[in-house]
Write a protein that binds this ligand. Structure first.
Ligand code: NZQ
Ligand code: ZN
Length: 387
């Protein structure tokens, strides 16, 4: 087992009918002037925004809506200007991963005196050194952003989708109410399952390293997600929705990475597909993961076999099981209605392998994966195989 150090200060308030706790938690933070951030308006349709405003009658509240899926730098900068002008002291994000990620960026950029893009592009010496505290009300179980300190920000005009994060960016609290799942379209439910599944696989499908607990925990998240996949057809089923939400949070709250080597190359390649084509995050993972596992079969075959046996109950030789486990994974994604080939999303697919290879080279991502065996050349081959 690898050495590890972990901290997660986010208070998770899980379950239905918990919003009555909101003002109490804000008072603990000495919040006074609150910026509510949200997306394209689903929280108005569902009535959640009204419910929240009702709980916040004793606070000064300013709203900033319109944060788009794959949150855009230029939109977020408008919120930064608003927050500075209004001297807000707390941000409440209501939405899915995009709103929460965008809020993490806003919270860091408020106190940053020069161009925050320099931080996102890791310009030497540039980093956020303060963050306005924020809490979240989760409406889409998928990313785990409600329980971690990472964020992914896009800048369309530059074709960029980049990550940020650090200890400053844990939410102070997150309300995780499974009844919010009821209004999600099937597409977003499938996305949520796949994103949580892939967060688990990125931290599990590497090589055996004797961390028996983390392996079993990962396998139990994977098995649970398979067991509750019918939530895509029954989002009002509380049992299914609650287990999806619990799995998604648990898959990326920092626990699964304890004492193990992780990979994350599927995510790194997939973010580039979203940057190029605007494809939903989870769909890009479904396109890349099976091809990456085929390409790195020798590196990952022991864990693929373990995964095949324990999660899919496969039998046969280890090599047969490992191969079948990749097929099972791809069929699982397809069974949720998600397509696993790039051609099925765009006609302009030919440019992807070379463009993404060039991005990896430019960022000096030349030895990725748990064995540092994923070179830009292999990235090109993986993307080409995903046509
Ligand atoms: O914008 P609104 O109107 O709210 O609609 C949203 C949006 O159109 C809708 N939605 C959310 N909750 C709803 C709802 N519709 C009806 N009922 C509800 N209860 O769903 C659409 C998608 O929302 P979005 O927040 O974009 O989805 P998701 O949560 O999948 O977030 C994706 C973003 O998170 C990043 C991705 O790259 C992407 O930018 N990620 C963040 C991570 C993190 N911070 O740890 C890790 C992930 O790997 C991922 O990269
Ligand atoms: Zn993800």
């Amino acid at each position: 087992m690898e050495n590890f150090e972990v901290i997660n200060p986010t208070r998770i308030i899980f379950g239905k009918n918990q919003l009555g706790r909101l003002s109490e938690l804000l008072n603990v933070q000495n919040a006074n002037k609150i910026l509510i951030t949200y997306g394209g308006g689903s929280i108005k349709k569902t009535g959640l925004l009204d419910q929240v405003l009702n709980e916040l009658k004793t606070f000064e509240v300013i709203e900033f809506g319109g944060i788009e899926p794959n949150p855009e730098f230029s939109t977020l900068m408008k919120a930064v200007v608003l927050a500075r002008n209004e001297k807000i002291d707390f941000i409440l994000a209501i939405g899915g991963g995009s709103v929460i990620d965008g809020t993490k960026f806003i919270s860091g950029a408020i106190g940053y005196s020069t161009d925050p893009w320099d931080v996102l592009t890791r310009k030497e010496g540039c980093m956020f050194t303060s963050a306005t505290p924020f809490g979240t009300i989760l409406t889409l179980p998928a990313t785990g952003s409600e329980a971690n300190s990472g964020a992914v920000i896009s800048r369309h005009e530059l074709g960029a989708k980049v990550t940020m994060g650090g200890p400053l960016f844990f939410p102070v609290f997150s309300f995780c109410d499974p009844t919010q799942v009821a209004t999600l379209p099937k597409r977003q439910l499938a996305n949520g399952i796949i994103d949580a599944y892939m967060h688990t696989l990125e931290q599990y499908l590497t090589y055996p390293m004797d961390n028996l607990l983390q392996e079993r925990e990962a396998e139990s998240i994977l098995s649970t997600l398979i067991e509750i996949k019918d939530v895509v057809n029954h989002p009002r089923d509380y049992r299914l929705a609650a287990n999806l939400m619990h799995c998604a949070t648990h898959a990326l709250n920092g626990n699964l990475r304890c004492g193990v080597i992780t990979d994350w190359t599927t995510h790194m390649i997939s973010h580039e597909l979203t940057a190029l084509y605007g494809i939903d995050h989870a769909c890009t993972l479904a396109i890349i993961a099976p091809r990456l596992y085929e390409n790195r079969f020798e590196d990952k075959k022991e864990k693929l076999a373990q995964y095949g046996k324990r999660v899919w109950n496969l039998t046969g030789s280890d090599a047969e099981i490992a191969k079948l486990a990749i097929e099972k994974t791809e069929s699982f994604f397809q069974s949720l209605g998600v397509k696993t080939r790039l051609k099925e999303y765009t006609d302009d697919y030919h440019k992807a392998p070379k463009t993404i290879r060039a991005t990896f080279e430019a960022r000096n991502w030349v030895a990725m994966g748990e064995r540092q065996s994923i070179t830009p050349e292999r990235v090109e081959a993986i993307v080409e195989a995903a046509f």
